[in-house]
Design a protein around this ligand. Sequence first.
Ligand code: HEC
Ligand code: HEC
Length: 353
Amino acid sequence: MKPSVKIYVLATIIAIIAFAVSCKKSPDDGNGSNNGGNGMVEMTPYEWISPYGFDDIVIPEDNKLYVERIALGKQLFYDNRLSNNGESCNTCHVQSMGFAAEGLSDFDNGQAKMPLMNLAWHKNFMWSGRVSGTLEHVMEVELTKRFSTDINKINAIADYRDKFRKYYGVNEIGVQDLSKALAQFMRILVSKNTKYEKALIGQAQFTFEEMKGRELFFNEKGDCFHCHVHFLTTDDMLHNNGLDSIYTKQIDKGYFNVSGNPADLGKFRTPNLRNVALRSNYMHDGRFKTLEEVVEFYDHQAHRGIPNIDPNMVKSNHEYGLGLTEEEKMYLVAFLKTFTDTVMVNEPMFRQD
Ligand code: HEC
Ligand code: HEC
């Protein structure tokens, strides 16, 4: 080898090594860890314990739960500067109502304001299941589509810049960073203290009516449990429960609006029934005002003859309805009220500071 070639080879090797070293990641350049890199401070890990009877959850590696990040997410949730019209998340998601609110939302073409709880176990979101994936992704949708969040405005707030640097190691806040922090707060909104579950572990006792209602909910006569499954009260799947035979409003078409597939007409994600008694309008468009009306619907008003009806709605000779007596309807309503979680709706950790 000529000396000039040797030098060239050597120089190339040195350049490659130098490049490799410069590319090597610092021990923490992600948002998952807690070692104080990138201007981050040491944080207090939030110890997640899945409640009795619940599955484990998946927490994204790059958004591990810390007490400080959860507090930041809560601060954002209650801050109307995220929007440009004075709204905060709390405008439509109020703790005392299980993080739902009265009335319908114009922005959502007249859909009811959804409750927020036990979302950590979901993969499908929104009434129609139109968003799927992680809570981080759902938050990005709420921020960009609903709020058109002005990221420059957020970056101009020194408090947020400081906190995102300390807790996420970022200097310039992006929508993804806001989404991560909000997702932390969403994830810990857990309902696990209803009478429904306390009675199972002997910490509460059902009344006679509630017990009868529970039987109906879980037996083939009432047959609610195939979709509103134990303990979450939702299977997180899409079903047509027979609300309509003709889909007059766009929002009534459900998942069809996403897939364009006629087989998805009128399909909605099974909603969580926790705290259902705290609300005053039911179904995606709030068409029923009381739980009594909902039970009447399931008893004999559902359109069980339509092509898309879910098989669970017509099981065990239910083609013509459930055939409930007046007492049985009352029992079911009494049982639905045991899904109320007064601990959650009063939890100081969820409350606005
Ligand atoms: C103007 C009322 C309104 C505001 C403000 C609002 N939401 Fe919502 N939110 C809704 C409605 C309505 C839905 C259901 C929309 C749909 O199904 O298409 C919803 C759905 C959701 C869901 C999905 C719940 C589920 O069970 O799938 C989450 C999570 C959520 N909102 C969080 C937030 C957060 C966080 C903010 C603030 C960044 C926010 N929302 C602001 C009305 C609102
Ligand atoms: C085939 C699955 C399925 C079965 C069986 C079923 N549901 Fe539902 N339920 C749903 C779906 C899907 C919705 C939401 C429809 C919508 O968004 O318009 C719903 C909505 C509800 C709501 C309104 C919740 C809210 O947040 O507005 C209540 C209450 C309810 N169901 C109770 C019951 C009871 C009681 C039974 C048994 C008598 C039952 N369901 C049987 C799938 C089912």
